[in-house]
Design a protein around this ligand. Structure first.
Ligand code: NAD
Length: 230
């Protein structure tokens, strides 16, 4: 049977599309502390600040275009004879824009969620401090992104895929944010081959069987081309 591949992507795959990573020196994250904008407590304290932070990120993501790394993964999903599952920590929509199917474990900027009734809908370009839910009409709308301290989405499905994979690949992720950072260890324990693709070696590199370094827009298409050539 053709090998099943599970791929985890992080902010690094979107860096060359102009979306900053956590560590970028001038990135959006350096202007705000995580605890001020990306936790449920922050939203309870200052909903306007949090909405404005995500409004800015949504506007930035809407301008961004997929780069050759997103395109190569979409091509792999189409052309590889085995199953290719892409799981992303990113909240941008660049994998879908490139034509891939993806599990957004940290939610998506394109979505809105009612904190009161759990209704989900497409997020408007900008949301305010007392944004109403179209279903229950309470002013409890929030971005449908997973904040620090909240449970990521699709965990059971992702772990099922991971444990039935033949190869696990982590692309453009620092390995600092759990539970995604733990996938490589789960894979290792299960005897699954592991590969890291990153701009540079990371603190997690020692956990992988192999690390390929280079910008995602070059390293990912090269890896995919090699795999599809067989
Ligand atoms: P991170 O910022 O912690 O790490 C990014 C990694 O990408 C680093 O290891 C870096 O070496 C690597 N990298 C940077 N430029 C690269 C390039 N051109 N090619 C290949 N690799 C490159 O990001 P993370 O591990 O995804 O952190 C997780 C959190 O960051 C997630 O919760 C995610 O929601 C959030 N985040 C998302 C976005 C987005 O949606 N685009 C952007 C910033 C942060």
């Amino acid at each position: 049977m053709a090998p099943k591949i599970v791929i985890l992507t992080g902010a690094g795959i979107s860096a060359e599309s102009g979306l900053g990573t956590f560590r970028d020196k001038d990135g959006i994250w350096t202007k705000h502390r995580i605890e001020d904008v990306a936790t449920p407590e922050a939203f309870a304290r200052n909903p306007l600040l949090v909405q404005e932070f995500y409004n800015a990120r949504r506007a930035q993501a809407a301008e961004a275009r997929p780069n050759p790394a997103h395109a190569a993964l979409a091509e792999l999903q189409r052309a590889h004879p085995g199953e290719v599952v892409i799981v992303t920590q990113n909240v941008d929509g660049l994998h879908e824009a490139a034509g891939a199917e993806v599990l957004h474990m940290h939610g998506a900027l394109a979505g809105a969620l009612c904190g009161a009734c759990d209704h989900r809908w497409e997020a408007p370009a900008a949301m305010g401090a007392e944004e109403p839910c179209p279903a229950c009409h309470r002013p409890a709308a929030r971005p449908d992104v997973v904040w620090f301290g909240e449970m990521p989405y699709y965990m059971e499905e992702i772990l099922d895929h991971l444990l039935s994979a033949d190869l696990f690949v982590a692309i453009g992720t620092s390995g600092n944010v759990y539970p995604a950072a733990g996938f490589v260890e789960e894979a290792r324990v299960a005897g699954i081959e592991t590969l890291e693709i990153n701009l540079e070696a990371t603190e997690a590199s020692a956990l992988f069987d192999r690390t390929l370094t280079g910008p995602a827009s070059e390293a990912v298409p090269d890896w995919v081309a090699g795999l599809l050539r067989g």
